[in-house]
Design a protein around this ligand. Structure first.
Ligand SMILES: Nc1ncnc2c1ncn2[C@@H]1O[C@H](COP(=O)(O)OP(=O)(O)OP(=O)(O)O)[C@@H](O)[C@H]1O
Ligand SMILES: [Mg+2]
Length: 309
């Protein structure tokens, strides 16, 4: 397996797991921030160390995203290590379905990531979680699912478990009007590697010290402390995302359903317009036993992607 992570450096995610590859944290010189001007803040919430702003390069005017992680709001060394690791991991990932990190730096107040800007980043969150509108267009649904799985397959091939896959971390990039007329489709890109884990070369697993992720997306095998996790946890989260895209709610929103307490509920009236194939793919993702869960590569071969509408 290839990891795409430099093995020369001194930072490892979890000192209790020696088999995790050591990686190099190489922030750029501080001067890089002076080359960008902030246009507007786009994400700032209470109690979060993260501020995301739209910025532009002073000379080229290229739009970029500046993500600042404020050190005074990080609790303990572990959270500092996660922030460092976010920079290292994202810097190594280059794929059309993953948000590209152009550069990163660190000063006494913050870690700063400069990355590719997605022009309709809030699309899934706004439509599905805020406006409670499912995606009815089956071709779009297929395309979004395909993009996320393609990105995820690449991320896993680099020895990385995203560990916080959810609608808010799937950003949409829409083509310009000209490109759209020429047939170019929107592209989904995976972002936010702030909770990611590097797998060990020996067993393909990573040690998760404390349960992390987002409620409703956390795979059932993740224990409160000390879980040996595999990339399968991301496929569970993907299953929840796909279910949400189809219905605008998570399975756990239905009459207090709890994962593992019975078959995944599919309420007839919400699935009339959707194919049986997409339901089947969701079921293969939401297998409680991680060894039975479908892998991204196999999911990309699922008959749903062959279906025409
Ligand atoms: N490349 C990008 N292009 C456009 N918008 C972005 C980009 N990256 C992040 N955002 C916006 O900022 C939001 C927060 O970014 P991100 O997910 O990286 O932070 P976070 O680590 O989740 O923050 P928190 O610490 O609060 O959990 C995203 O959900 C998205 O709306
Ligand atoms: Mg996020």
């Amino acid at each position: 397996m290839e990891y795409g992570i430099s093995t020369a450096g001194s930072f490892s995610q979890d000192s209790s797991q020696r088999s995790v590859p050591e990686v190099l944290f190489q922030p750029s010189e501080l001067g890089i921030l002076e080359r960008y001007s902030i246009i507007k803040e786009i994400y700032k919430v209470q109690l979060s160390p993260t501020i995301v702003s739209l910025a532009a390069h002073n000379d080229t005017k290229q739009a970029v995203i500046k993500k600042s992680i404020r050190k005074d709001m990080l609790i303990g060394q572990t959270q500092h290590d996660y922030a460092r690791q976010e920079c290292i991991i994202q810097a190594q990932l280059k794929h059309e379905n993953v948000v590209e990190l152009y550069d990163y730096t660190e000063n006494e107040k913050e870690f700063v990531l400069l990355m590719e800007y997605c022009n309709d980043a809030g699309y899934f969150e706004d439509k599905i979680e805020n406006r409670l509108t499912p995606i009815k267009n089956q071709e779009k649904l297929q395309q979004y699912g395909f993009d996320i799985l393609t990105g995820l397959s690449y991320v896993h091939s680099q020895g990385i478990i995203h560990s916080d896959l959810k609608l808010q971390n799937a950003l949409l990039q829409r083509p310009s009007e000209d490109d759209s007329q020429a047939g170019e489709l929107p592209v989904v890109k995976i972002c936010d590697f702030g909770l990611s884990h590097l797998v060990s070369e020996t067993n393909g697993k990573a040690h998760m010290s404390y349960r992390c992720g987002t409620n409703g997306y956390i795979a059932p095998e993740i224990k409160p402390k000390d879980t040996l996790i595999g990339p399968e946890i991301d496929m569970w989260a993907f299953g929840v995302m796909l279910y949400e895209m189809c219905t605008a709610y998570k399975p756990t929103n239905l009459s207090n359903y709890r994962y593992g307490s019975g078959p995944i509920p599919f309420r007839d009236r919400d699935w009339k317009k959707h194919s049986k194939h997409v339901q089947d793919l969701i079921l293969q993702c939401l297998q409680v036993d991680p060894s039975k869960r479908i892998l991204p590569e196999d999911a990309l071969q699922h008959p749903w992607f062959e279906q025409t509408f």
